[in-house]
Design a protein around this ligand. Structure first.
Ligand code: SAH
Ligand code: SF4
Length: 416
């Protein structure tokens, strides 16, 4: 949902201040060897078997690799000092620890960071693909917004991603790789030099504490890869981000909602955006296949749903489209009985989009109706009005993420 990057060569870690310019496309060389990043423990054991590691040793070796990869963030096998030299050489001959290539990086004044990542095309000789990954820091948490696909097959009328023609599913390695890249750039590994700068969390020992599957793509249309990746991310001996801090956002792929609960066990966010089928058909065309009543039934049956584990309903504020006070009241009625949170997202316009963001006063009135119905402060962006007011002034040569964009991202990241 974000705009393209303008950007310079990526300097070596640790994180630089300022912004990085986009590397030329011709420089892209797809990886020659497969990366071990994102493999499940079972797949890793199989890979080890393939290079001759005896069956009896594999479990222990997997545990070692897991630690180096996901606790220490190793980028070369040489770093793995607890692994024998012979095995390190064998691993190096067949595999890499490569993450997606970072081709651009932007750091905003408020600490928000955006990375543009380049991934191999699907077929040899095909141009590489690009996806974005955004880091949204708050005082007490750091949320990473992760992509699941290049582009999206769905065509929500307010979403920029939906206008992209090119679509491919990301692999588990490319999904886990986004978290690896963010932690590399932030120095968020055990023993690494931590990034410094404005806006980074000041509590806790992690810069990346929360994950939202809210970048490009519809995660429930790339179910297996997203599931396998999130299980790696949640593994307690590795990256160890608890499933309660991982939120998957769907536009409403009903058949896979129950699977997400059963097979991943993460938190769910649903892009509702309208309270009537007629309007939702227009905003989220998938609604024609899975209308609101069917979607809400799937939500009521979401495995593990309780007052302590609520579903987040996302509602993008579109001026004169879905933002009447009657809509707010209808929203409250519609969600009655579902343990829910409501996240109002200020619309982030893009070139050619046919909508405008609701006025801030309207967002506040809408939010008040929801608040009075018992939902905790639905727009938790107290600085929002200031940011909107400052819009256009904050933008400078090194400030490419617009204020509106950051506001929308912050609202999206508020899932707990
Ligand atoms: N495909 C998934 C997840 C990615 S989009 C989904 O649709 O839920 C993440 C959130 O951003 C969704 O709620 C989506 O509706 C919202 N979104 C998309 N474009 C937006 C825009 N221009 N401004 C504000 N929110 C937007
Ligand atoms: Fe955009 Fe999500 Fe709709 Fe796809 S499903 S077009 S990513 S809002």
């Amino acid at each position: 949902m974000t705009e393209p990057l303008h950007t310079a060569d990526i300097p070596a870690s640790p994180m630089p201040a300022g912004f990085v310019e986009k590397a030329p496309l011709e420089r892209y060389v797809p990886p020659a060897k497969p990366s071990l990043v994102g493999l499940s423990r079972a797949a890793l054991a199989e890979a080890l078997g393939g290079i001759g590691v005896p069956a009896a040793q594999r479990k222990m070796r997997v545990q070692q690799l897991w630690h180096w990869l996901y606790v220490r963030g190793a980028r070369s096998f040489d770093e793995m000092t607890s692994v024998s030299k012979e095995l390190r050489a064998a691993l190096d001959a067949h595999f890499t620890l490569a993450r997606p290539e970072v081709v651009a990086e932007q750091v905003s004044v408020d600490g928000t960071r955006k990375w543009l990542l380049r991934l191999p095309g699907e077929h040899p000789g095909e141009n590489p693909h690009e996806v974005e990954c955004v880091y949204i820091p708050e005082a007490d948490r750091g949320t990473l917004c992760v992509s699941s696909q290049v582009g999206c097959t769905l065509t929500c009328s307010f979403c920029h991603t939906g206008t992209q023609r090119l679509v491919r599913n990301l692999t588990p390695g490319e999904i886990v790789g986004q978290i690896m890249v963010a932690r590399d750039r932030l120095g968020d590994w055990l023993g690494a030099e931590r990034a410094k700068g404005e806006g980074l969390p000041t509590t806790g020992d992690r810069f990346v504490s929360n994950i939202v599957m809210m970048g490009m793509g519809e995660p429930l249309y790339n179910f297996e890869a997203v599931r396998d990746a999130l299980l790696v991310v949640a593994d307690g001996d590795g990256i160890a981000i608890s499933k309660r801090r991982i939120t998957l956002s769907t536009s409403g792929v009903v058949p896979n909602i129950a699977r997400a609960g059963a097979e991943i066990g993460c938190m769910l966010a649903v892009s509702l955006h309208a309270v009537r089928d007629e309007l939702r058909n227009e905003l989220v065309p998938l609604n024609r296949k899975y209308p609101i009543a069917t979607l809400l039934d799937a939500c009521r049956n979401y495995p593990g749903l309780s007052n302590a584990r609520r579903i987040t309903f996302e509602y993008v504020m579109l001026k004169g489209v879905n933002d009447s006070l009657d809509d707010a009241k209808a929203l409250v009625r519609l969600l009655k009985g579902i343990p829910a949170k409501i996240n109002l997202i200020p619309f982030n316009p893009w070139p050619g989009s046919k909508y405008e963001c609701s006025d801030w006063d309207r967002i506040e009135q809408f939010s008040e109706i929801i608040f009075n119905a018992g939902y905790a402060s639905p727009v938790r962006t107290p600085r929002g009005r200031d940011i909107l007011a400052a819009c256009g002034q904050l933008k400078s040569a090194t400030e490419k993420l617009t204020a509106r964009e950051r506001l929308a991202l912050r609202a999206m990241a508020m899932t707990d």
